[in-house]
Structure formats: C-alpha cells, structure tokens
Design a protein around this ligand. Structure first.
Ligand SMILES: Nc1ncnc2c1ncn2[C@@H]1O[C@H](COP(=O)(O)OP(=O)(O)OP(=O)(O)O)[C@@H](O)[C@H]1O
Length: 398
C-alpha cells in the first residue's frame, strides 16, 4: 500500500479536525487536543491535570523545571505511558480516553519522536537507522532508499547514507534521529530535549534547522525543554509547567513579557523576587501598585492579578536584572521613582555583561551592568528601574 504523501496526510488532517474555540485561534485546524490529562505512578502524581490544544503546523513547548511532568505528558501523547485520566485526540481521532477505555497502540498513532539520547542503533548504517520505520511499514527497497535519501538530504546528511552510525559526531547522530522521526512523514512529531546534548553553537544551528524543516515538511511539533531560550525561539505557544499543572500558557512574547505568576516570572529569567507590604492599592490588572520591601526600598510596579491589592496585604515584586540601570552617580536617575542606592556585594563576569549583586539596605538585588565602566566590591552605586518592568503578584508564595 502506498504511503500518503506529506501533503495528502496534511490535507487529511485538515478535514478531520474539531473546530477550535480557545485563545483567539477560532477556526484554525487542530491537530492535538489534550484534555484533563493526568498520570500517577503509585503515590507520585507526575501530571495532575493538564489541557491544551496544538494547531496544525505549529509548535507547542512544555517548559519547566526538572520533575514537573513534561516527559510524562509527552510519553502519554505518544502512547508510551497509559494516563490515569483524561483524553487525547490527534487529527480528530481519539487516541486515549479513560472514560470509554480507548487506548490506541503507540505505533498506530502516526507520531514521530526524537529523544535526548538519540536512541540510534550503532551496529547499523545511517541509511539502515533512518529506513527502519519504513521497513516495518513494509515499503519496497526502492521506496525505502528514495525516502531515506530525500530525508537525509533535508537534514544535511545526504553523503552519509552508508556510513556506520558508530562513526558519527553527536550532532550527526542527532540529525540521524531527526531524519528517522521524519522519514515516515508524521503529522505530529514529539521532541524530548533533543538539543540538550549538543554544544552551544550546534544547538543554535539545530534550532534554525528545525524551524526550516518544519516549514518545509509542515509537521506539528510538541517540544519539551527546560531551556527558556530554546522555548522562546522555537515555539508558537509555550506552557510553563509546575508540579504537573499548567502555570502559564501563551505565545512566547506574552509569556516572557507578562508572567502571570511569580513562578513563571522566575523561571523566565526574573532573577529578582522581592516581598513586601502593599502601601498603594491597585484594583485591576495593569494598575500601578507600590510595595514596601524594606525601610529604604519601596517599589512601584504593575499589578498582575484579577484580585485587588489592598493596603497592608503582602505582595511579591518580580523584575529582571537586565531591566535595572546601574551607575556611579545619580545622573542615571531619570525620575525619583524606583531609585535606590546600594553597595556592590559581588560581580560575575558573563562575557558581554557583568551580573552584580547589590545590597540595598541589606536586601540583595541582581543587576546586569556593562563591561565598562565596571564596579568593584564595596562601591556605592545607584539603581533605577521603570515601574512597567516590575511585575507585582499577590502573596509571598515563591
Ligand atoms: N516510571 C516512573 N515511576 C515513578 N515515578 C516516575 C516515573 N517517571 C517519572 N516519575 C516521576 O514523575 C515526576 C515527573 O517526571 P517527568 O520525567 O515527567 O518530569 P520532567 O519534567 O520531564 O523532568 P526532567 O526535565 O528532569 O526530565 C517526577 O517526580 C518523576 O520522579
């Protein structure tokens, strides 16, 4: 039986979709729908309850710290784990439904997977590794050869067809794993930290290659990573996961610029999380609010909750080190709001900038500064940050 082309598979997926109504994407074709998915291992609730949709041809990334349930979610979608509850459908077809007992076998889900470990067979050639999924599907030798040659060209390994897989660099092995996942033209590809074993240069190149391949082959992707740069650069949508739940879901820019919780703020690079008492109230999200962090430090920021901030309640102010300006004198101070004096407690050279820890009346603040001028331990400096860059959340939960 001839295997459908990428284009016809994609066209078929477009016909079989459920109308989509969430997150302003109404009318777009859906490839994956995950509803109230949960998975427990004995007493461990690896995934508590998670729901999301992925639109055809787009990339959704599960981002979060180690142990938050990213891989378990991915493995449930692939059919490698049986969820404890919930429902998963792909292109309108139910793959798992706890309520009705449906559970489609992994090999019948039509999903490609790329793992962190590559999982390629060292005793086979490159062509043998990549052609393996097609052999299982009983394609003829000629068809396998043609398909494998084409995908190897696409991933930049066209001249390594007959090379033994044991004679490849890490980057080449990663490309083989990628080619093997894509060779049977899946409409959905799952990536579990596929770039984490590569050096920084290669990782950047592979990110760009993945984007090119996705544009060319039009597959839908679910990506797992704990690297925020990777998530921001590769995704159409990001889910920040925490303890088996969705902490934040949105487009990369939205998630980065408007963190909805202190956890998301910290995970997406807000190195400063200061706690204090509300001294100027806020009633709606986006309202100005002031929090007194210490005797010498009150911070004005944007309120990030639907609940009002009453005077006297506790709140958390999150902001990035890169948003603080730091200088020797108060000429850097454009206003009198959110300005502080402190002493340099430590400095870490990061190549293109210096990460300073500044003590402001005993409270430690992280501030990025330029290479020149640089400041030494004990120097007195001035700091300023705009109110728009301070995100304020209710409570003091870390
Ligand atoms: N087979 C298993 N048996 C028991 N517990 C498991 C099993 N697999 C995962 N867990 C637990 O489930 C939780 C979620 O694990 P998971 O691998 O999904 O996290 P993760 O976010 O992918 O982490 P990492 O980034 O470290 O890979 C962890 O507490 C983990 O110890």
């Amino acid at each position: 039986m001839a295997i459908a082309t990428i284009e016809s598979r994609y066209a078929a997926s477009q016909k079989a979709v459920i109308p989509h109504t969430q997150d302003g994407m109404a009318g777009e074709p859906l490839v994956v729908r995950v509803q109230e998915l949960g998975k427990s291992y004995g007493d461990v609730q690896a995934v508590k309850s998670i729901s999301f949709d992925v639109v055809a041809g787009k990339t959704l990334t599960l981002l979060g710290p180690s142990g938050c349930g990213k891989t378990t979610t991915l493995r449930c979608i692939a059919g490698l784990e049986t969820p404890t509850h919930g429902r998963i459908s792909i292109a309108g077809r139910t793959m798992f439904d706890h309520a009705s007992g449906v559970s489609v076998e992994p090999e019948k889900r039509g999903i490609g997977m790329v793992f962190q470990s590559y999982a390629i067979w060292p005793h086979m050639t490159v062509g043998g590794n990549v052609g393996f999924p097609l052999k299982i599907k009983r394609l003829s030798r000629t068809q396998v050869r043609e398909r494998v040659a084409r995908i190897l060209d696409l991933v930049g390994l066209g001249d390594l067809y007959d090379r033994s897989a044991s004679q490849l660099s890490g980057g080449q092995q990663q490309r083989v794993a990628l080619a093997r996942a894509l060779v049977f033209e899946p409409q959905l590809v799952l990536f579990d930290e596929p770039l984490s074993n590569l050096d920084a240069n290669l990782r950047d190149r592979m990110r760009a290659e993945l984007q090119r391949l996705q544009a060319e082959l039009n597959f839908t992707a679910i990506f797992v990573t704990h690297d925020q740069q990777e998530a921001l650069s590769l995704s159409d949508q990001i889910i920040v996961m925490r303890n088996g739940l969705v902490d934040r879901l949105g487009a990369p820019k939205e998630v980065f610029q408007n963190p909805a919780t202190p956890f998301s703020a910290r995970f997406l690079g807000c190195a400063n999380n200061l706690q204090g008492e509300v001294v100027q109230a806020a009633y709606r999200p986006g309202d100005s609010v002031t929090v007194r962090v210490s005797e010498v430090m009150s911070l004005a920021g944007r309120w990030c909750s639907e609940e009002p901030a009453h005077v006297g309640t506790m709140a958390t102010v999150a902001f990035r080190a890169s948003h603080l300006s730091i200088g020797f004198d108060d000429s850097i101070l454009a206003s009198t709001e959110n300005t502080f004096e402190g002493q340099i407690a430590s400095a870490s050279f990061l190549g293109d900038r210096i990460d300073y820890t500044v003590s402001v009346g005993g409270i430690s603040v992280h501030a990025d500064g330029p290479i020149n001028p640089s400041f030494a331990r004990g120097d007195t400096v001035h700091l300023v940050i705009s109110r728009d860059n301070c995100h304020v959340f209710p409570g003091t939960e870390s």
